[in-house]
Design a protein around this ligand. Structure first.
Ligand code: HPA
Length: 269
């Protein structure tokens, strides 16, 4: 089956399940999936039951698709995303974004946990741009002309109007929201201190193992994007050691602000 046929098959399956009018896709990163539990009138589908869908294997990623009402909007939330480091091909990592587009979403909110370069644990950062250091590109292969062009412009991958709204709302709520460039790697190793020093020179403010592939595919098809990083640790070399438990723990601390902010933003997008 071609990629396009798979997208259509999955879309038809989800429409049949009642996912008829999503406005926004919500991709929830490590430890941030709880927001999906606040979706009302929810239709919840296990990833395992969705045709052509990947499987999520990381602690802190639930593996459910949740559709329903959040802050007065129809959202399609991914509680747990697919990572390249899990062994998923890029086409699988980005498949949900294709399906969000096919279902009629106008935009996606992409969130992640990230290491801070300059920024410290607890910071919320609106992503202004990214640097793709995964050595991969999810659009390699036959172009889906129905979705977008062979050589997509990435100049405005992160939608400025969304970011400006996010800042206005954060300010109103008294939540500090910084801006910065997200540098995407594949993982699963955390970076070396030398890599982080190099990334700093390159202009990165945060580093993580997700988001870049999904945003490339979103930008390809003209989906608007708001990216928010929850900084969970100082990147390698700026603190003595790194571990996933700390990442999950810090997201637990940030999640109150995070959930409130995302809901308030959704209401006004
Ligand atoms: N590096 C890469 N990914 C991450 C980090 C980090 O320091 N923290 C959370 N996700």
């Amino acid at each position: 089956m071609s990629l396009l046929e798979k997208i259509i098959e999955t879309k038809d399956f989800l429409v049949e399940k009642g996912l008829t009018e999503p406005e926004f896709g919500l991709i929830l990163g490590s430890g941030l999936g709880e927001l999906a539990e606040e979706v009302e009138n929810a239709i919840v589908i296990d990833y395992a039951d969705i045709p052509n869908w990947g499987q999520s294997t990381v602690v802190g990623h639930a593996g459910k698709l949740v559709y329903g009402d959040l802050a007065g909007r129809k959202v399609l939330a991914l509680q747990g995303r697919f990572h390249f480091y899990e062994g998923n091909p890029m086409k699988v990592v980005t498949f949900p974004v294709r399906v969000m587009k096919a279902l009629g979403c106008q935009g996606v909110i992409v969130t992640n946990a990230a290491g801070g370069i300059g920024y410290g644990p607890g910071t919320l950062m609106a992503i202004t741009d990214h640097i793709n250091l995964t050595g991969q590109n999810p659009l390699i292969g036959e172009n889906l002309d129905e979705f977008g062009p062979r050589f997509p412009d990435m100049s405005n991958a992160y939608t400025k109007a969304y970011r400006e709204k996010a800042h206005a709302i954060a300010e109103k709520m008294g939540i500090k929201l910084d801006d910065g460039v997200y540098l995407g790697v594949t993982g699963p190793t955390y970076e070396t201190p030398a890599e982080i020093r190099a990334f700093q020179t390159m202009g990165a403010h945060a580093v993580g193992m997700s988001t870049v592939p999904e945003v490339i595919v979103a930008a390809h098809s003209g989906l608007k994007v708001l990216g928010i990083s929850a900084i969970t640790n100082f990147a390698a070399g700026f603190q003595s050691e790194l571990n996933h438990e700390e990442v999950v723990e810090v997201t637990q601390q940030i999640k109150g602000n995070f959930k409130g902010l995302i809901k308030a933003i959704l209401a006004e997008l």
